[in-house]
Design a protein around this ligand. Structure first.
Ligand code: HEC
Ligand code: HEC
Ligand code: HEC
Ligand code: HEC
Ligand code: HEC
Length: 338
């Protein structure tokens, strides 16, 4: 036997051993395809059977009350989608999506074949293809699911943009106006829509840690609407000027169905209405307010006299059909002419 052959022998032996180690590692740490599929199925089943709710009751309550939970059953959505012949490929994929960690952050979501009534469910934002729950760093482990720390949650703007910023769906784009604004420098979508809260993140956790509320208050919240814009009122010789300043992190109103009406009324000292004018701000009118935009509207009120009252009101309506009783006062100011 010559030396060359021996070396070759040892070489192939160690290669063989290395191969063995690799195989063992693979078997131990990467779940087989059937295991993954099983864990994903278990997550769906657990969601259905109330398991997420029983271990995460506070988060569940917040989510259940949010428009994400109602994204499919929402009557305004269903009425609109019914008008669209190919809704399954044009609309439904974001209102009842598959988990976006599986279909890809930033990619157009895909329509789910089960649990559609759960809309944008916990699984849509947290479940990965291995059946694990992704999130910010966790403080405890659980037998029910694996926890995976994933930077996509902090801040979550890219996660949100998967549905709120698809280029091909400009009707539902809160992202681009946000990115073009100063808000993008030091805030995220979570700053205004998922307030920070320190608490036990599950019933089996041992310590309170910082997390965020799953409330996503938006256009159905009076508090949110009241902080969306401010209003200033001035009067000078027959002219009323109203200055609006948006404080919203994106285009206002954020949705394309919404209408904000600026209404200016001139009242005589005895309360009778002398004059009324209004302006509608909406996607249809192509005059929505940009983040931090200051805009002044002037109204001719030539009949105004000393002692009259001018009142300016900013009123919000969800859709053009919203009855007067359901409209929300966002801001108002009054001024008496001296
Ligand atoms: C890219 C994902 C996506 C697609 C596709 C999509 N939507 Fe939406 N939809 C959203 C998001 C996000 C919101 C909430 C933000 C908003 O209103 O812009 C929303 C909100 C709505 C609302 C407002 C619901 C309410 O209660 O006020 C209606 C109506 C609606 N969508 C209808 C449709 C219709 C009809 C289609 C198909 C033509 C469609 N959507 C396609 C993501 C999507
Ligand atoms: C047996 C209790 C239990 C059940 C059932 C359960 N969880 Fe959890 N979950 C936990 C615990 C414990 C943590 C860690 C909490 C902490 O950090 O304090 C956790 C963490 C999480 C996280 C954060 C993961 C991370 O790494 O940041 C998500 C997301 C989550 N759970 C979602 C769910 C969903 C969705 C369901 C239902 C499919 C569910 N959980 C069911 C106990 C449970
Ligand atoms: C998988 C798609 C999807 C993702 C991801 C998503 N959303 Fe939504 N979101 C929707 C849909 C669909 C609606 C509209 C539901 C409806 O009104 O029918 C909605 C509604 C909202 C609303 C409106 C609530 C209201 O009452 O007006 C807010 C605010 C919101 N989302 C914020 C966020 C934030 C912040 C994130 C990221 C943490 C996020 N969303 C991630 C699909 C998504
Ligand atoms: C629209 C996306 C979305 C949905 C739907 C959603 N989450 Fe989250 N979740 C997030 C984001 C973003 C964070 C990171 C918040 C932070 O920075 O602490 C998070 C964090 C968590 C955490 C870690 C604790 C915390 O607050 O950080 C748990 C646990 C959790 N989610 C459970 C759930 C459960 C249970 C549901 C359903 C009832 C659910 N999530 C639905 C986006 C979502
Ligand atoms: C500086 C605070 C702030 C930031 C940052 C912010 N929002 Fe908003 N958002 C608001 C306010 C205030 C409203 C209520 C006014 C309105 O409906 O436009 C709102 C409303 C919404 C609505 C409801 C729109 C409708 O017509 O129903 C959605 C959806 C939404 N935001 C998504 C997002 C997303 C996605 C991001 C990140 C790209 C984000 N927001 C960042 C303050 C903010």
């Amino acid at each position: 036997m010559n030396l060359k052959a021996v070396r070759w022998g040892i070489g192939s032996m160690s290669f063989g051993l290395f191969g063995c180690v690799l195989i063992i590692l693979t078997v131990n740490f990467t779940p087989r395809a059937e295991d993954k599929a099983h864990r994903v199925t278990e997550a769906y089943q657990g969601f259905q059977d109330g398991k997420c709710q029983s271990c995460h009751p506070a988060i569940w309550r917040e989510w259940k009350d949010s428009m994400h939970a109602k994204a499919w059953i929402d009557e305004i959505y269903q009425a609109a989608a019914q008008q669209v012949p190919d809704r399954e490929t044009k609309c439904d994929q974001c209102h009842a999506p598959q988990p976006i960690l599986m279909t890809g952050i930033g990619e157009m979501p895909k329509l789910r074949d089960r649990q559609r009534e759960a809309g944008v469910s916990c699984l849509v934002c947290h479940l990965d293809a291995n059946g694990a729950m992704n999130g910010p760093p966790a403080s405890a482990e659980t037998y029910f699911h694996a926890n995976v720390t994933n930077p996509i949650y902090t801040p979550p703007t890219k996660l949100c943009a998967t549905c709120h910023g698809q280029k091909s769906v400009p009707e539902h784009d809160q992202l681009s106006s946000f990115l073009d604004s100063e808000f993008a420098e030091n805030t995220s979508c979570a700053t205004c829509h998922m307030p920070v809260v320190k608490r036990l993140q599950s019933t089996t956790s041992h310590e309170s840690i910082k997390g965020r509320k799953h409330t996503w208050r938006g256009s159905r919240s009076v508090t949110q609407l009241k902080r969306a814009a401010s209003l200033q009122l001035e009067y000078e010789t027959g002219q009323v000027s109203v200055k609006l300043q948006s404080r919203t992190g994106h285009i206002l109103p954020g949705g394309t169905l919404r209408i904000i009406v600026l209404e200016v009324t001139l009242l005589a000292p005895d309360g009778t209405e002398r004059q009324k004018q209004h302006i509608s701000i909406s996607a249809e009118n192509e005059n929505r307010l940009l983040p931090n935009e200051d805009r002044t509207y002037t109204f001719d009120m030539a009949s105004a006299a000393t002692g009259d009252t001018i009142s300016a009101r900013l009123i919000y309506q969800l859709t053009p059909n919203t009855p007067e009783s359901d409209r929300i006062l966002m801001a108002d100011k009054t001024l008496i002419i001296r």
